[in-house]
Structure formats: C-alpha cells, structure tokens
Design a protein around this ligand. Structure first.
Ligand SMILES: *Cc1c(COP(=O)(O)O)cnc(C)c1O
Length: 453
C-alpha cells in the first residue's frame, strides 16, 4: 500500500471533517495536502494545485512566506505560550498597538481570542453588558442581516441566518431582529440598483424605529457577506447602516473576519465607506493564514463600561486559554510588517483590476447568473435559467461538481451552494490568476453545458 492510500485509510478511520458529508467522504478518494509553496498546495503524490480559496480565506501572502516562517522560528526561541490572564507578553502588546494604529478611528482596545466565532461572541457579550451598565437593560437583543454568517457557536448562530447551518439548532438559539442585506441580484425589496437609492435601508430603519429600545447592537459583514455566497453590498449601504445605528442609539459590530487584511482591496472593508464601528471582529487573515488568532477591537466607551468603580471594580469575565498566544501574535505582527514593507495594498491593485476583467468574462456563460466581486473576493452564481434566475435543484449539487472538475485541472476551490467562491491569496501573480480563472471557466462550461440534466 503506498503512502497516500495508507493516509487515506487512517483519515477515514479517525478524522471527522468539518462541514463535510462523511458518508460521501468515506466513499471518495480524499486529497491529502502535504506541502505548499506560494499559491500552490502540493498533495502526498506531489501534484500541485492553485489554492483558489486561500485555504478557506486565510492565506494572505502565500504559503511558506519567508518572513512569516522566520517570525515563528524566532519567537520559538523565546517562548511558545504564556497566558494573558494576569500576565503580559511581548508580541501581544506590540500587535495590539499596531492593530489600533491601522484600525478605523475610535477603536482603541484589543481583546484577543483564537477564532472568528469567539471574536464575534466577545463582541456580542461586550455590547450586551455595555447597555446593562449604561442603565438601559432592555437593550439585550441583536439586529442582524438576512443571509448573515458569524460563526458556528450558539451565540454566533443566533445572529446567523443560513438555514442549512443553523436551522436544525434553532431551539437552542436566542431570537434576533432581522433586516435585509442588499443581495442585489435577488433584491429583497424588488428593486434595481442604483435606481433603488438603496431602499433596503428603509427596512432597516423600520426595524430600528420599532425596536431600538430592545436592541444592543447591529452586526454586519461589511461590504461582502461571505458565507451567503459572496454577496457584495453597494457603496453607501454600510454608511447608511452606521448613520441609522447612531440615530437610534444602537452599537455597530463590524464582523471583518472574512473581509479584513486586504481581502477587499483595503486593509478593512469598513474603510471603503469611511465607517468606524463600535466593535470590530478580526480573525482569518490576521496571522497571514498561519496560526489561529482573533481579536475584537473596542471603543474606549465600551472598555470603560467594564471598569466598574474604585469601590466596586468590575471585569470582562471572559477569556480563552490561548488568548494572546505569543507565537500567533508574532506571526500576525510579521504579517502586518509584510503589508507595510511590500506595500501589498498598492501592489495588488493591478491584480485586482485583472481579476475583475477576467470575472466579467464569465457573464457570457449560459448558466452564470451573477458575478460579484470586491478586491480579491468573488462569487460566481450558477443558475439553471439565466432569464428567470431559476436556481438548479439542490440535489444536482452543481457548485460541488464544478469544483470537483476544477480539481482535475489543478485548482482547489470550494462552493457555497451553487456559488463558486474565488478568493486567492493577495500575493497571486497575474499568470497564476489567469490559470486559476481559466480552469474555473472551463469547469463551469463543461459541467453546466456538457451535462444538461
Ligand atoms: C469564517 C467567519 C467567521 C467564523 O470564523 P471561525 O474562525 O471559522 O470561527 C465569522 N464571521 C465571518 C464573516 C466569517 O467569514
């Protein structure tokens, strides 16, 4: 038995994969990654694949980036882990200072955790307690958007809305208020952009007007709803959300877990609309895709609400064992240094330009209903009938079939339903980007036009 077969057998015996139909997995021949280099993943048989989804939206400067490898090695010579409960550590301090420096203004404090879901849970708890201390205890609910995804824990599922993920757990969840996200291809208020003048904001205002006394915070994925299928909001929507949340005395939580660290072409998506949220959640790209780390950034006001008084001191009673892990913080620092030294945000602009040009070409395909993108995040929505926008039957699993076809062409992508997600590392070269998109183009064509069922 060769190495790959043996590993496959062990994987099937012992590993339970996330968001995976294990029944199918056990019957398939899973691909096992052993190494990587730049934008390429390399499997146990030495085959190379372009990492078209940045290893689930995390890889920023490519794999095995020398500066990031080195940061971890250097930190290893000092200390791998030391707790933030009652102690400080060097990289967590330097990183916090740096994050505050690049964040939208008003965010001055950094609370660490280790994944996107915890970063959001923390924001929800901070927002809730803030109003308790401000003497408005009825403000204890959250307002979230249709199609939202904020993580897989109980609290984050409660503000999430994607039915396949959260539907079965609903009896466990707390209720949230809901307003429509501008999914312009299938407009929730039946209008067309830009004639609509972003009319969905009126629906948001209606909810706020009626219920603001019970709402602690509004949580949003700024500009791009990732898991909903890379739904891109028009410029001005986020600004409108900020204006309305201020008007109705509701905090704004920006979940930048997917959009942060250059993904949309700016460091943070909020910066496109010049918006400063009250809380900002960061994870995924924060370490350049190396180690699990997250941060929830807060305003001074929310921080101060948790101080208590001299006679009755208070604390934020929350913390994870690996909070502020020095190895993760040191590679996150190195990640930000690369952004600065290599002027990544400037240098990616021609690649972003090429990306949009190539993506526009997908509209000519017979079963591509919509193409949405911002920066280097894109979703290509497949439909059975372009004229009526009728989706494919779910059982056909067209998105999945396209991605499996792309794998044969040396590309790793993962669909969200029938939307093909394309999210390469920011470091991708033009030549690699062309290869990636042409493999996806051909895969869509072959699967949707070859096999009409
Ligand atoms: C991925 C994601 C999360 C959850 O992050 P995990 O690290 O998987 O827990 C939360 N919000 C958004 C917008 C995400 O894309």
């Amino acid at each position: 038995m060769d190495k790959t077969d043996r590993l496959r057998e062990l994987d099937k015996l012992y590993v339970w994969h996330p968001f995976t139909r294990m029944r199918e997995w056990l019957e398939g021949e899973p691909l096992i990654i052993e190494r990587a280099e730049g934008v390429y993943l390399i499997d146990t048989d030495g085959r190379r694949y372009i990492d078209g989804v940045s290893s689930l939206w995390v890889t920023v400067h490519g794999h095995r980036k020398r500066e990031l490898d080195r940061a971890i090695k250097e930190q290893l010579r000092k200390v791998a882990h030391s707790t933030l409960l009652g102690l400080g550590n060097v990289p967590s301090i330097l990183l916090a200072e740096r994050l505050v420096r690049i964040a939208p203004k008003g965010l001055t404090k950094v609370f660490y955790s280790d994944n996107g879901s915890t970063a959001v849970e923390i924001a929800l708890k901070l927002a809730f307690y803030y109003w308790q201390k401000r003497g408005l205890p009825e403000k204890k609910r959250f307002l979230a958007f249709t199609g939202a995804y904020h993580g897989d824990t109980i609290g984050t599922m409660s503000v999430g809305e994607i039915d396949v993920f959260v539907g079965r757990y609903r009896p466990l969840l707390f209720p949230s208020y809901r307003a429509p996200y501008p999914y312009c291809y299938r407009c929730p208020v039946g209008k067309t952009y830009p004639d609509c003048a972003i009319a969905c904001l009126e629906r948001l205002e209606a909810v706020l007007k009626r219920s603001h006394e019970r709402i602690a915070a509004c949580i949003i994925e700024p500009f791009v709803q990732g898991a909903a299928g890379m739904v891109v909001a028009p410029t001005g929507f986020l600004k409108g959300v900020r204006r309305l949340t201020k008007k109705y005395n509701v905090l704004l939580i920006a979940d930048e877990v997917a959009t942060g660290f250059g993904r949309t072409g700016r460091m943070f998506a909020c910066q496109w609309d010049d918006v400063s949220p009250d809380l900002m959640c960061l994870a995924k790209g924060i370490t350049g895709g190396y180690l699990p780390l997250a941060a929830t950034l807060s305003t001074e006001a929310i921080f101060r609400a948790h101080l208590g008084t001299k006679r009755s001191p208070d604390a934020f009673y929350h913390g994870h064992t690996y909070t502020g892990n020095p190895l993760a913080c040191s590679v996150a620092l190195a990640n930000l240094e690369v952004f600065e030294k290599e002027r990544v945000l400037d240098r990616m602009q021609p690649v972003v330009e090429l990306f949009s040009q190539l993506l526009e070409g997908f509209r000519e395909l017979k079963h591509v209903g919509d193409v949405r993108y911002k920066g280097l995040m894109a979703g290509i929505e497949l439909v059975e009938d372009k004229r009526t926008k009728k989706p494919y039957r779910v059982e056909l699993r067209m998105g999945n079939r396209v991605c499996m076809k792309a794998r044969d062409k040396g590309v790793i992508v993962r669909p969200l339903g029938d939307t093909i997600v394309v999210m390469p590392p920011l470091s991708i070269k033009k030549r690699e980007l062309r290869a990636l998109l042409s493999a996806i183009y051909e895969s869509i064509r072959e699967v949707t036009e070859g096999a009409s069922r």
